[in-house]
Design a protein around this ligand. Structure first.
Ligand code: GLA
Length: 382
């Protein structure tokens, strides 16, 4: 295990690198990635496994900036959307690659009642003109600086990120101590482990907001990607993208991905749910053999490169978002604009608006208890 702090090596590993990478020994390379407005330094941590797969992660927003994995010919490409600079992330990012929290996804009207008290939250989103709280608020976990600790865990490069979200931040109660551990496995799996504790009861729902394009970032849309979702129900939404509370069967609808289907095949069908989301932007209720434990949530296959992404999670749901709001205004790492549906997100999570929806699985973390969950993104090619 090597941990480098060498700037020239970083320049070598480089921005926008694509192509065949040589076999490597697991390493972590640390380079400067700019600084916060208050002067605190931000770093980029490049985790490389023995076969040369590489994840570049910054401690700003716990963002996965780059992710190089091989196609069926062994060619490495960067399969996530993002920027080359911290300034770009700070200026305008639709959560590219970030960890979102304290509550990933939407909370209706930006408020919830817990133990008899109503908590107003920041409203920072208004689909269909209906205001809500989205992804933790104006300054969510995607926009804060985390402390970072690189290490070797079970012979795999890992990065542990920590952040204390203060009592009252964005309207949430309690000091919440959050730990995220990314680990790049020998088998080209990127695991994300989330933990949190609190000193007051609070909703917590953390997720990873990477936009994947298995053909390589910036090269086109994801409509030819073939998706399988292990979900026989989803949570339909109203015009404000808030779940109605119903767990509706996907059978006979464009939401049925139990058998592999191209994302573009039905995305523009005249369906009210698709109209609300401008395409897929919905939470799917995962079918799992038993409660808890890692279960297979989704598989994505990109026919040209042969790349496959499998998503495994301990969470009960996954938000499948097909990048409907991308409109070409974000110019990514390779200098190409990200047009509509240039990336897809599979945000493993508890269901949206759970704090206001008693029939949904509970998202309240109590003092003395630990929030702990895990999601694995596993890459291969066929
Ligand atoms: C989530 C939401 C989408 C959108 C994106 C960010 O996936 O479900 O509606 O807000 O984040 O643009």
């Amino acid at each position: 295990m090597k941990i480098f702090h060498s700037y020239p090596v970083a320049a070598l590993l480089g921005l926008g690198l694509a192509g065949i990478l040589p076999a490597a020994t697991p390493s972590i390379n640390i380079t400067p990635f700019g600084s916060m407005a208050d002067g605190r330094a931000v770093n980029l941590y490049s985790l490389v496994n023995a076969s040369g797969a590489r994840a570049d992660i910054t401690n700003y927003g716990a963002i996965i900036v780059r992710l190089f994995v091989p196609d069926r010919a062994g060619r490495f490409d960067d399969v996530v959307l993002g920027y080359n600079s911290l300034a770009d992330y700070q200026r305008a990012s639709p959560y590219f690659g970030a960890v979102v929290g304290r509550y990933g996804n939407r909370i209706a009207e930006g408020r919830f009642t817990l133990d008899g008290r109503t908590y107003p939250l920041v409203t920072n989103n208004a689909p269909g003109g209906i205001p809500c709280h989205l992804h933790g608020g104006t300054v969510g976990f995607d926009k804060v600086l985390w402390t970072a600790e690189p290490s070797l865990v079970d012979a795999a490069p890992a990065l542990t990120l920590r952040y204390r979200s203060r009592d009252g931040e964005e309207g949430y109660p309690g000091n919440l101590d959050v730990t995220i551990r990314y680990q790049l496995g020998e088998d080209n799996s990127l695991s994300v482990e989330y933990r949190a504790t609190t000193d007051q009861s609070t909703p917590v729902n953390l997720t990873q907001h990477s936009y994947f394009n298995l053909g390589g970032e910036g090269r086109g849309d994801i409509l030819d990607h073939v998706l399988t979702l292990n979900a026989s129900r989803f949570t339909p939404v109203n015009a404000g993208l808030i779940p109605t509370g119903e767990l509706a069967p996907v059978a006979g609808t464009p939401f049925d991905f139990r058998q592999p289907r191209a994302i573009g095949e039905r995305v523009d069908e005249p369906d009210e749910q698709l109209k609300f989301g401008g395409g897929y932007d919905h939470n799917f209720v995962l079918d799992r053999p038993e409660a808890g434990g890692l279960a297979h949530a989704a598989t994505v296959f990109e026919p040209k490169s042969g790349r496959v992404l499998e998503v495994w999670t301990e969470e009960p749901g996954v938000q499948f978002y097909c990048g409907n709001f991308l409109n070409g205004s974000h110019v990514g790492k390779s200098g190409r604009a990200y047009a509509r549906r240039y990336g897809l997100c599979l945000e493993t999570q508890h269901f949206p608006n759970s704090p206001n929806q008693p029939s949904f699985p509970d998202t309240i973390l109590r003092p003395g208890r630990e929030y702990r969950t895990r999601t694995i993104f596993k890459f291969s090619a066929r």
